[in-house]
Design a protein around this ligand. Structure first.
Ligand code: NDP
Length: 505
């Protein structure tokens, strides 16, 4: 008698023994308390250590993207306010900050870092309320990294001569910094910590949807007793960002955001003596070889694209899978996707929070629709979404071809496009076939293959057997249309220094 094995109709269980949408755990809500945070009804511009109204007085409303409820009104800066802020920064640079010995600047930065640690819970809650990111990320990733950046650059402030021997490093002057909404506080830290360590003063413009932790940080600046004018924060629309970066008395421009705006800024400051760094978009390849530990790779893929709702410039949004492991990997990925919890960002169980704005949600939806229309196969877990707020199901596309828009354009949402390859050469060719070059990931057991891939990838950061790991000591930045210059590490410090002098030693 011949026994025929019945075909497997259900996908194999994942490493936790869960299949598909099966979830043996019934989670009770575990919301983080908000009664310990105080969000003011209205925030003025932060200039010269004072909160001042915009001139003429004008405000706009900031909302919570998870509830669509208003959180606060913030000042809408005018061109005259930009000028006021730059003047305050210039005066502080001339009279106090650039004159302080490095060890004194370091003391202020250490103080800021310690206050951020002390107030970390408050910062995490406000960040999640304003940006929509899950509290477990703002609490365990964003805020600790923010403090780490201030500690790290505090360490450099009195060692500039050692960092750049024979160079006489000098501060540049006033830095204009424009940051996006996906990591509001972390981007503030990436910009402000090295600028201050190097002896510059700053005017920072947060994104219009996410200014609240920047204004909370202004409170830390006062608490740390920084001289007035060293840190200035102004809010307003994109045009105000442009007024700031093109202000004639600004010496250094640092921008993080879309490639389109980055190009406009590069054109606007071309021909001036402003030093410029641009950290722009990405369309990272995450490459899984057939010898990779698949369960570990699954966690890396999930973290690579669904962390922060995929609103990450270095997100692993294109997954390249070696054909021989394609089927088991996709089965495991769909199972894991089905266990992600989407919902209230303040719930400690939430994995995927709210998209930052209605506009961004519409952009994600439009690109997902294009993926379906162009013939890719969509998979979305059958999870319930909150009825209010800007939520989007974690999405996986298979059958994607390189010409599809979802394989070409930065979606900036929880959407993964899966492609396949047979040889390392094919993986390299396909992975580099993008105008961007910010980051990449490689999953393999072979060290030699990791080195080969790292050298071949046109990407500023390549992670091996991990993804989306950040450290203040490590430089971050792009190739091609992902921008230029590096942030983090000693490279990030150099971007805020004039190194043209030589002390003749
Ligand atoms: P933007 O590049 O428009 O915004 C980033 C920052 O630049 C914000 O502070 C914004 O201010 C400011 N800004 C906008 N226009 C100008 C301008 N003309 N001159 C100077 N500053 C300006 O990104 P969006 O918010 O519009 O997002 C659009 C897309 O960009 C996203 O879908 C995503 O693909 C990509 N993006 C990439 C980011 C990255 O880190 N690589 C970050 C954010 C977005 P305001 O908020 O007031 O408009």
């Amino acid at each position: 008698m011949t026994l025929t094995k019945k075909p497997e109709t259900r996908p194999a269980p994942n490493s936790w023994g869960l299949v598909g949408g099966d979830n043996p755990f019934d989670y009770a809500p575990a919301p983080e308390a908000t009664d310990h945070v105080r969000i003011e009804p209205e925030y003025g511009l932060f200039i010269g250590n004072e909160f001042v109204p915009a001139k003429p007085k004008k405000t706009f409303t900031v909302i919570n993207p998870a509830t669509e409820e208003p959180l606060a009104k913030v000042a809408h800066a005018s061109k005259a306010d930009v000028d006021r802020a730059v003047k305050a920064a210039r005066e502080a640079h001339r009279t106090s900050w650039s004159k302080l010995p490095g060890r004194e600047r370091a003391k202020y930065l250490y103080r800021i870092a310690r206050i951020l640690q002390e107030r970390s819970r408050e910062f995490a809650v406000v960040e999640s309320m304003n940006s929509g990111k899950p509290i477990k990320e703002s609490r365990d990733v964003d805020v600790p990294l923010v403090a780490a950046h201030f500690f790290y650059y505090a360490g450099w402030a009195d060692k500039l001569d050692y960092a750049y021997p024979n160079r006489e490093p000098r501060s540049l002057g006033v830095a204009a910094q424009v940051i996006p909404w996906n990591f509001p506080l972390l981007m503030l830290a990436w910009k402000i910590a090295p600028a201050l360590a190097a002896g510059n003063t700053v005017v920072l413009k947060p994104a219009s949807t996410t200014p609240l932790t920047a204004y909370l940080f202004a409170d830390v600046v006062r608490q740390a007793d920084l001289p007035p004018g060293v840190v200035n924060i102004i809010t307003g629309p994109g045009e105000i960002g442009m007024e700031l970066v093109t202000h004639p008395d600004v010496n250094k421009v640092a921008f993080t955001g879309s490639t389109a705006v980055g190009k406009m800024i590069a054109r606007a400051v071309a021909g001036s003596d402003k030093k410029l760094t641009l950290e722009l978009g990405g369309k990272a390849a995450n490459i899984v070889f057939d010898d990779a530990p698949l369960d570990q790779a699954i966690e890396g893929i999930i973290n690579g694209i669904y962390f922060n709702q995929g609103e990450v410039c270095c997100a692993g949004s294109r997954l390249f899978v070696q054909e021989s492991v394609y089927e088991p990997l996709i089965d495991k990925l769909k199972n894991r996707l089905s266990t992600l919890r989407v919902g209230d960002p303040l719930d400690k169980n939430t994995d995927v929070g709210a998209i930052n704005s209605a506009g961004q949600l519409a952009k994600v939806q439009e690109l997902v629709d294009s993926g379906v229309a162009e013939g890719a196969e969509i998979f979305q877990p059958d999870c319930e979404l909150p009825t209010r707020g800007f939520f989007f199901r974690p999405t996986l596309f298979t059958g994607v071809s390189q010409s599809h828009r979802i394989a070409q354009e930065e979606i900036f949402g929880p959407v993964l496009s899966v492609l396949t390859f047979r040889t390392p050469e094919e993986a390299i060719e396909k992975a580099n076939n993008t105008p961007y070059g910010l980051s990449a990931g490689v999953w393999t057991e072979k060290g030699s293959r990791i080195f080969k891939m790292v050298n071949a990838m046109r990407a500023g950061v390549v992670w091996a057997n991990t993804f989306n790991r950040f450290d203040p000591t490590s430089p971050f930045g792009g190739y091609k249309e992902s921008g230029y210059g590096r942030e983090g590490g000693i490279h990030g410090l150099g971007a805020y220094l004039d190194l043209s002098g030589s002390n003749g030693r």
